[in-house]
Design a protein around this ligand. Structure first.
Ligand code: BJ8
Length: 422
């Protein structure tokens, strides 16, 4: 990796802590990712992206800013990326998946807050996130209570938080409210970028976002093959990278990888043996570098074939209908598309149960592991309904955080579950 010290210093990062973070990240990546056998050649690109996640990508975004583009950070798949792309902005996911800066975060938020919230606060407070420093606007949303209240504090800390109101139900009043929020967001993005959203650039934004979604859908379909052509760890990584990378390049590289996987399937080549136990993960999102559960499951000889999660299927399941001829019509379709998302913050949320059943079938999963971050009440609560909806399909619920303290215990539970799966 080139020397980016000056760039990080200019962004105000804590250089000492940051060097420590990169060392741990590199070591973890080597042990978890590079030690896997039979990886597709196409993963070399994603390995490169990770090796440069705080380097080259940050340099690219810095250059984009110098060229006048604005950077919008988000924490939720409800934020319409198409609008940011239409205004030639850079859209970046800011969720964090490592236990970092918890002590600093706990000065502002309670100890019993979910790890994802604690991590994004911690990364900022410990001076470790170049992405947050590059943002011109940080978009929050009224989803779970933890995030909603954390954004108030994050606004005090960063001064650039804008919150979209996301309803809790999907009735007509909620639809109207949400449509209004999408329109307001478009106006906000126009104001910060000083660009007018036109039907042409909105279509371009839609096509870029849909391109990524199509590539991820293709990858998801290929994971139905037995033997699995790609590990769950690698597929999870691609989903995580989709929130950071340049959308055009990401789509090209994911499609290229998918072509390789199609060839593997034709030849009957897989990363696990034919008949290996297949697990679907469902629940809270796994932000980068949260690879804990996948590595435990695949370390036990099973293969993860899908993620019913926002870092996964929930992010790319629905395309935006690009068939619109005015900005208003486009925003209307966008509001509809986003309100289809089946987050556990909604009530009722029965679509999610149907989607989990359908994924289990399509991906030929032998069992479902419901993953909830500790203190993530919406997903912890919904696990009960998921279990009932799955009927006789083997099911296990896990609650964990980003620490490594419970790895031994999780391994024991996962192994016991896999024993009963087949
Ligand atoms: S659409 S899942 S990205 S809100 S894990 S912070 S829910 S306590 S992230 Fe999410 Fe949007 Fe929903 Fe998806 Fe709260 Fe749970 Fe923490 Fe969570």
């Amino acid at each position: 990796m080139a020397d980016y010290t000056e760039m990080w210093r200019n962004l105000g990062l804590n250089l000492e802590n940051h060097a420590g973070l990169l060392a741990v990240l590199n070591e973890g990546y080597k042990n978890i990712y590079l030690s896997q056998k039979g990886r597709p050649r196409g993963m070399e690109y994603f390995d490169f992206v990770i090796s440069e996640v705080h380097g080259l990508r940050i340099k690219e975004i810095t250059e984009a800013k110098q060229a006048g583009r604005k950077v919008v950070g988000t924490f939720c798949v409800y934020v319409p990326e198409e609008i940011v792309l239409a205004a030639d902005g850079v859209c970046i996911g800011l969720c964090a998946g490592a236990e970092v800066g918890s002590d600093e975060a706990e000065k502002f938020i309670p100890r019993n807050t979910c790890a994802l919230i604690k991590a994004f606060m911690g990364f900022k407070l410990a001076g470790l996130c170049p992405y947050i420093e590059l943002t011109d606007l940080i978009v929050g949303e009224t989803t779970c209570d933890g995030k909603k209240k954390a954004y108030e504090i994050f606004q005090n800390i960063t001064g650039k938080v804008y919150v979209m109101e996301i309803p809790n139900m999907k009735n007509d009043e909620s639809k109207r409210l949400w449509h209004g929020e999408v329109v307001k967001f478009k106006e906000t993005v126009e104001a910060i970028t000083k660009k007018t959203i036109t039907v042409e650039n909105l279509k371009r934004g839609a096509s870029l976002a849909n391109g990524k979604r199509r590539a991820l859908q293709r990858l998801s379909r290929l994971r139905a093959a037995d033997p699995a052509p790609i590990s769950g760890l690698d597929a999870l990584l691609i989903n995580q990278v989709s929130f950071y990378d340049d959308p055009v390049r990401f789509t090209q590289m994911t499609d290229k990888l998918c072509a390789e996987l199609e060839e593997r399937i034709k030849q009957g080549f897989g990363v696990a043996s034919k008949g290996a136990r297949r697990v679907l993960i469902s629940g809270s999102p796994m932000a980068i570098p949260n690879w804990k559960l996948h590595s435990i499951i695949e370390g036990a000889g099973a293969v993860v074939v899908g993620e019913e999660s926002c870092v996964g299927e929930r992010n790319f399941r629905d395309l935006l209908d690009e068939n619109f001829s005015t900005v208003d019509e486009g925003l209307g379709k966008m509001a509809e598309r986003y309100l289809e998302i089946d987050c556990a913050c909604f009530t009722p949320n029965d679509e999610r149960l149907e989607n989990i059943k359908s994924m289990t079938q399509k991906l030929h999963a032998d069992g479902v592991i419901h993953y909830a971050l500790q203190f993530c009440t919406p997903y912890m609560m919904e696990a009960y309904k998921v279990e009932k909806a799955l009927g006789r399909i083997p099911f296990m619920r896990l609650e964990t955080d980003y620490s490594m303290e419970d790895v031994g215990q999780l391994k024991t539970r996962v192994e016991a579950f896999l024993e009963m799966v087949k």
